[in-house]
Design a protein around this ligand. Sequence first.
Ligand SMILES: *[C@@H]1O[C@H](CO)[C@@H](O)[C@H](O)[C@H]1NC(C)=O
Ligand SMILES: *[C@@H]1O[C@H](CO)[C@@H](O)[C@H](O)[C@H]1NC(C)=O
Ligand SMILES: *[C@@H]1O[C@H](CO)[C@@H](O)[C@H](O)[C@H]1NC(C)=O
Length: 204
Amino acid sequence: MAPKFEHIVIHKSILLLIIIQSVACLSMETDTISTGVVIKDPQTITSQKQIYKLGFFKPPNTTNRYLGIFFTFSQETVIWVANRNKPLKDSSGSVTLSRDGNLVVLDGTNQTVWSTNLTTTSPVSLIVQIVDTGNLILREEATEDVLWESFSQPTDVLVQGMTLSQVLHFIGALIVSRIFPLEICMAWSVGLLLLRRCGISFTL
Ligand SMILES: *[C@@H]1O[C@H](CO)[C@@H](O)[C@H](O)[C@H]1NC(C)=O
Ligand SMILES: *[C@@H]1O[C@H](CO)[C@@H](O)[C@H](O)[C@H]1NC(C)=O
Ligand SMILES: *[C@@H]1O[C@H](CO)[C@@H](O)[C@H](O)[C@H]1NC(C)=O
């Protein structure tokens, strides 16, 4: 009787392990996209310390969908948008690192709606990574040479003559230093970027 019972216990724990691993796989907790890998809406990639995600989002009151970088804890706080001028009309979009070395956003029929537009010629191994400062970096895997980064192309989500990387470092530091998981909202007021707990008035 005793050996049989042990068997059952072992099987249960193996089953539990499998379940835990499948759940981990589903959430795709990787921070990179390699050539040929397709990230389909609503999949995301997440920076190492889980501060930022790259994925598709939908602004309120529209069905348009965009590829963007947003906070893990608040999808509404978008810091960068790729296909701002060419929204996807449904959730059949995807993002991939194409064989010609560009990060591209594709619609449901695999038409390119946005691209990093690089004209790389050498067939080197490239990788795209979302890092904890909120930057999305396309680089050569071996040399780490940066070919393109989202910081070099800030959108109007956070622009007013600031140095974006400084602001993001600042926000990143705030979150890391335990304000997390409180939601931090941001707003411009008379030329200052204000950070507040969400719900608290933004007036100075
Ligand atoms: C969305 O639409 C509702 C109803 O028309 C409106 O009250 C709300 O302010 C809108 N929200 C945004 C973010 O535009
Ligand atoms: C789009 O490309 C993916 C991967 O290359 C492929 O699996 C899929 O069938 C294509 N979809 C269409 C509509 O061509
Ligand atoms: C690439 O070119 C297209 C068409 O000219 C443009 O709409 C898009 O914004 C460009 N992408 C980047 C990353 O500059």
